[in-house]
Write a protein that binds this ligand. Structure first.
Ligand code: TMP
Length: 216
């Protein structure tokens, strides 16, 4: 593989879209064929500080509602830490970073679904990420009904604070992602997340190959 510069690939989509599964599969493939290191990380989280912020964001304290503005700033704070502590150094060292959610989650969840004005969302996103923008963003697109169904059947625990939203919220999330992908087609790759995981994996792999490793 002769692409020496580091690469940042983010994975996006609404709850239950299957991005964590695909990240694992793509990381395995990369590790099989590449001598370069692969870094898998997530948002919110990915650092000690970020994981503490994640806990604040995902778990509802009894009787305490979080305001959309607070939520926006906490997601941004987690991202600011992750970029400087993990992503930027890894990309500088030529590593391939696979990130489970990145700045587009904020644009869509806080900007579109929570309806915070576009200006502060964009400015806060830019402040948090600095110079770092993904080289590729994969969106796993699924209907909100299916996402909610998948979340309900997770063997893990109770739905977290963000997973307790209604179908209308996830409908807005889906539309928000598709709108972003239409406005920045060169950065985004949208995949039908209802297909078989093997087929989705192959499509992502082929897209990555064409974009970054085609000369091999
Ligand atoms: P996940 O890690 O299971 O995908 O859950 C993260 C949740 O946080 C999900 O509901 C999306 C939400 N989120 C935002 O609302 N804004 C953000 O900027 C990020 C990174 C996540």
């Amino acid at each position: 593989m002769s692409h020496d510069k580091g690469i940042l690939i983010s994975f996006e989509g609404s709850e239950g879209c299957g991005k964590s599964t695909q990240i694992r599969r793509i990381a395995d493939r990369l590790e099989d064929i590449d001598h370069r290191e692969v870094v898998v990380t997530r948002e919110p989280g990915g650092t000690l500080i970020g994981e503490d912020i994640r806990h604040l964001l995902m778990h509802k304290e009894e009787g305490e509602a979080m305001f959309p503005e607070t939520e926006l700033l906490l997601f941004a704070a987690s991202r600011a830490q992750l970029v400087r502590e993990v992503i930027f150094p890894a990309v500088e060292e030529g590593k391939i970073v696979l990130c489970d959610r990145f700045l587009d989650s904020t644009t869509v969840y806080q900007g579109v679904a929570r309806q915070i004005a576009e200006d502060p969302v964009t400015q806060i996103n830019n402040f948090a990420v600095g110079e770092i923008i993904p080289d590729l963003t994969v969106i796993l697109d699924i209907p909100p009904e299916l996402g909610m169904e998948r979340v309900r059947h997770r063997v893990s625990d109770m739905p977290d604070r963000m997973e307790q939203e209604n179908i209308e919220f996830y409908g807005k999330v889906r539309e928000g992602y598709l709108h972003l992908a239409r406005s920045l087609p060169e950065r985004f790759f949208v995949i039908d997340g209802e297909r078989e995981p093997d087929d989705i994996e192959l499509d992502i792999w082929n897209e990555m190959h064409a974009r970054f490793f085609a000369e091999d």
